[in-house]
Write a protein that binds this ligand. Structure first.
Ligand code: URA
Length: 252
């Protein structure tokens, strides 16, 4: 017999929803333990030996780590707690302890944010020496030119000791009438306000910023602002490959 835990805790830890969400489903009679409906959230289950189902689906024991992809909306901060501001954690459909956002997007930045409790993987993704690529879509005031593309490829001065590492700038549109441009910028660093400062270095002001990829992860078209879902098997595999890859390069 394994260690007995409450049914609602078991389901929430396994990623089936927040504690209060799964509680409601249990009370509605949507949970089964070994084929029998159980309506009491406090009922004890043996995670190793009992078969637990929620809405007809078998729920396994809690995985070691969990991974969520959030389409961060503007207006919330990338932190686990904040006294004044709404945090990104409010969008995560789990109250599992230890979850945190991997890196930071500014309060007014939207887009892809990974949320996990896997500290080692987060370290791999954020470690400055790993140069994990991040691509941003931005709308900027000013006309972005080929000279700016060249400057980014060489590394612009953002007021740090060393210039920013070479970055890939793609001009998507540049409209003389409104003096606005749309760009994609791929960087492999993550300094405070990195993209805004890099664009400022070439005389442009970012007025809208959205992260569209981080390493092998892409912001899915069908994930709306404020939506958050677990990583798919393939996404998780691609992240783990990244980790293995950097292990092999480290050894050389
Ligand atoms: N660069 C920025 O300037 N802001 C972000 O939120 C992310 C990258």
């Amino acid at each position: 017999m394994g260690k007995a835990v409450r049914l609602d805790k078991f389901l929430a830890d396994a990623g089936a929803g927040t504690r209060s969400e799964v509680k409601k489903l249990i009370q509605k009679g949507q949970a089964e333990v070994n084929g029998l409906a159980v309506k009491r959230p406090e009922q004890k289950v043996d995670p190793e030996n009992d078969e637990v189902k929620l809405q007809g689906k078998v729920i396994g024991p809690a995985p070691e780590f969990v991974y969520y992809l959030l389409h961060k909306p503007a207006g919330c901060v990338s932190a686990t707690e904040d006294l004044k501001e709404k945090t990104v954690m409010e969008y995560v459909p789990s109250d599992r302890k230890g979850l945190f956002p991997v890196g930071r997007l500014d309060k007014d930045t939207e887009g892809l944010l990974l949320i996990t409790d896997d500290g080692a993987l987060a370290h791999e993704l954020l470690s400055p020496g790993k140069h994990v690529k991040k691509t941003y879509f931005a709308r900027v005031s000013g006309i972005v030119t080929k000279d700016d593309v060249k400057a980014m490829a060489e590394g612009v001065d953002i007021g740090e000791e060393k210039p920013a590492l070479p970055a890939g700038l793609e001009i998507l549109s540049a409209e003389a009438e409104s003096s606005m441009s749309e760009i994609r910028l791929t960087i492999c660093e993550g300094k405070f306000h990195q993209v805004k400062r890099m664009m400022e270095a070439v005389g442009k002001k970012v007025v809208y910023l959205k992260r569209i990829s981080m390493g092998p992860l892409q912001l899915p078209d069908d994930l709306k602002k404020g939506e958050c879902r677990p990583l798919t098997e393939e996404e998780l595999e691609s992240l783990k490959n990244l980790k293995n890859l950097s292990k092999t390069t480290e050894k050389q």
